[in-house]
Design a protein around this ligand. Structure first.
Ligand code: GAL
Length: 429
């Protein structure tokens, strides 16, 4: 009994001295991460006001859900990704794919990367997250080819919007034009008052294509506009001639330095009241908000003249390239991109609406709520300038034609070049 007591006492004394030697007890070892780790490189062209903040908001959602993965924000500046897509193509060819990259849903995704066998299908991510029921079938369709889904959409953007400075219109006794004729009438009033009617920033050639697709839709209407992309509407027809003539006329009302400005610099002319309006996708809404403006207060919006009832759509998405260095990290990123939380963090800032049908409407401002309503009630037609309507080669050829056109305003030459671009793309005879 005495011996046992003595042994216990010695044990206690040894433990006490050990503890004293070590100071405070060591904390338990940190739990090993169970999810993805390392870094994940996300490639996009979102650097302008609104775009960059929207992307950051989605990164914040990612960081909260995957604290063990570091995001590498790999951006290449330049609207519509003209520069970014060239850098991406070089990297993909060199076998140096980022973990995930921004790509427009539709032909840009399928005809460029999927047919070249550079992507891994993401159908399993849709299935595992139960997303097949929360995306509109039409959206899933444009992401699909050969029975698989090839990217995760983060949003729906609208291309055909005329944004205007409310004060400038009011000061000149004008309301927003709803047709091309009304636009030209209002533009004359503004010119006489010394205000640029339409801000244009086409240092990136896509901006001319962007403007032209709105004018094509105004002249042709949604059915004939759709037919341009499958060969059923004649590029040599009178509707396209009328659109080019209207485009030439519009060019009389734009700022003289248009070819030196980017889309957001053109939007800034509207903010400053130096121009009355600009025709741009609703990422311009993100821009206006990023400089502190409020929709329906300082700036207004209408469908670009002559296009009410139609919604030129495009969708930004992210894909999973074959050979993504951190495939698990990339899947984690795509899971956030497709989630309700990710989309509801990103889109209210970006100026787009969720691609999902269950976004929280209360988080979206008055413009975005109107876009949500229009997306379910309007005729939906695809954007040429943003990869939904036509293959990348066709977009490039059309862009080249527009570059010449805004310089020489030669309707006949531009129409012939646009018709040839359809033939070269294999859609027209
Ligand atoms: C579009 C893209 C938008 C916006 C815009 C200007 O192609 O879909 O998200 O970023 O370019 O950069």
């Amino acid at each position: 009994m005495k011996r046992r007591f003595f042994a216990a006492l010695v044990t206690v004394m040894v433990l006490a001295s050990l503890l004293a030697a070590c100071g405070t007890p060591a904390p338990p070892p940190p739990e090993a991460p169970t999810g993805p780790t390392g870094s994940v490189e996300i490639f996009s062209w979102w650097t302008a006001g609104g775009e960059a903040e929207g992307l950051d908001a989605m990164y914040d959602v990612f960081a909260a859900e995957y604290p063990d993965v570091e995001i590498i924000n790999a951006t290449v500046a330049g609207g519509a990704g003209m520069e970014a897509k060239a850098v991406l193509a070089t990297r993909m060819q060199a076998g140096d794919a980022p973990d995930s990259f921004q790509v427009h849903a539709g032909h840009e995704l399928i005809d460029t990367w999927v047919v070249a066998d550079k992507m891994e299908p993401v159908t399993f991510i849709f299935e595992e997250n139960g997303w097949l029921d929360v995306y509109p079938p039409g959206v899933i369709e444009v992401l699909s080819s050969g029975g698989d889904i090839w990217s995760v959409p983060v949003n729906i953007h609208r291309s055909n919007v005329l944004w205007y400075n409310k004060q400038v219109l009011e000061d000149n006794g004008l309301t927003a034009p709803t047709s091309l004729d009304e636009f030209f009438d209002a533009a004359d009033v503004l010119m006489a008052a010394g205000v640029t009617p339409l801000a244009l920033g086409d240092s990136g050639v896509w901006v001319d294509l962007h403007l032209f697709e709105s004018i094509l839709l105004a002249e042709l209407g949604p059915d004939a506009y759709r037919g341009l992309w499958d060969g059923t509407t004649d590029w040599n027809g009178s509707g396209v001639t009328a659109a080019l003539e209207a485009f030439a006329q519009v060019m009389e009302y734009v700022n003289a330095d248009h070819s030196a400005l980017s889309w957001d610099q053109a939007a800034q002319l509207v903010v400053d009241g130096d121009a009355a309006g600009t025709i741009m996708g609703d990422w311009a809404e993100g821009y206006f908000k990023s400089v502190g403006l409020t929709p329906d207060v300082e700036f207004g919006y209408v469908p670009s003249p002559g296009t009410a009832g139609s919604f030129i759509m495009l969708s930004d998405s992210f894909g999973l390239p074959n050979g993504a260095p951190n495939r698990d990290g990339a899947i984690a990123w795509l899971t956030v991109c497709g989630s309700k939380d990710g989309q509801d963090a990103f889109n209210p800032i970006k100026g787009s609406i969720p691609a999902r049908t269950d976004g929280d409407r209360s988080l979206y401002d008055v413009y975005l709520q109107s876009a949500m309503d229009d997306f379910v009630s309007n005729e939906i037609v695809p954007s040429l300038a943003h990869g939904s309507a036509a293959s990348e080669g066709w977009v490039t050829a059309a862009g080249d034609a527009m570059t010449f056109f805004v310089a020489d305003l030669d309707v006949e030459a531009a129409q012939a070049a646009m018709a040839q671009a359809c033939v070269d793309a294999g859609m027209c005879e």
